[in-house]
Design a protein around this ligand. Sequence first.
Ligand SMILES: [Zn+2]
Ligand SMILES: [Zn+2]
Length: 207
Amino acid sequence: MSVCEVCEAGTDGRYLCGRDAVQLAERLAELPVLYAELVQCLVPRRSGWGEIVATRGAAGPRSPLNEEVLDEMGTGGMAAVVHAWRVDVQRVRWPQHSPPPPGGLNGDCRWLGMELEWIASHYPAAGGLAREVRELERAARSVVGDPVPRRQRLGLCVAVTDDQGTVCGAVLSRLPGEPVRCRWCGTAYRTEQDLLLLQHYQPRESA
Ligand SMILES: [Zn+2]
Ligand SMILES: [Zn+2]
């Protein structure tokens, strides 16, 4: 059996599960947008290389100054990392072609996005690519002050799923502000009453 290189879920011979392939596609689409925001956050102090200050970075608690990213930005790190992945994917897929010239972050992200189906099924380093793109996104968000929203864990689904009284028991989670709906059995917890019942019927920790 093969497993996803990122989350270790079972896959049918693929390097990435469907969920991680979709997340990688979303991140590749998002990176150029974040990059543009990042550039807005950073302005050269004087004309010259390497002198970069954060204009919005120090303004609030949500915008910590991330020296590492500032450093990467100064040397075009994000674009270079993504381009290196494009070169490698192309090398594995079409060994006879000469490597692509630097095409800019936009072009490289779009290219990788279009090859994603092949990457998820045939590219042995797909897990490394997915992890590195996730890391770039996280680092960029920590500078622009727009952190990836975290899922809230609400407990276990208490819906009865058959006439023998079997309880669903799947983990319920949501993004802040999202409606609560079990992704396993489809039960929606809409009202305050539903959520109170959910809390009430949570299995006790056996101590
Ligand atoms: Zn996965
Ligand atoms: Zn459920």
